[in-house]
Design a protein around this ligand. Sequence first.
Ligand SMILES: [Zn+2]
Ligand SMILES: [Zn+2]
Length: 128
Amino acid sequence: MAAKRGKSDIDAVVAAAQQARLLREQGYRERALKMYPWVCGRCGREFDHSNVRELTVHHRDHDHDNNPEDGSNWELLCVYCHDNEHRRMLDAQAGSGNTRGGGTKHKPFANLKSLLDGDSSGPEEEQD
Ligand SMILES: [Zn+2]
Ligand SMILES: [Zn+2]
């Protein structure tokens, strides 16, 4: 209904949104680093200015848009523990699908072997 936006306007809006997101992420990281001691919440590793970039802000509910002022959704984790934390979450999700101990008997090479066997006795050798 409103006036049509030109492409450059849309680009500007997108760029502004990305910029805002970046600022917001930097914002909560800085706030979390001011609020909490620079210690990994899992392994207890301590950080200082030389390595603080390896200390990351984890969102307890995994919602990066949930950034309450009191920091209750933030947890400072080193990059390794942060990675682990998200892996556990993924594993839990995958586990609900029950991928282990199932009856899937997938043998990718069974078919290949029969193909190779068949080929070796194939009518390839013709003599003049
Ligand atoms: Zn850690
Ligand atoms: Zn996280």
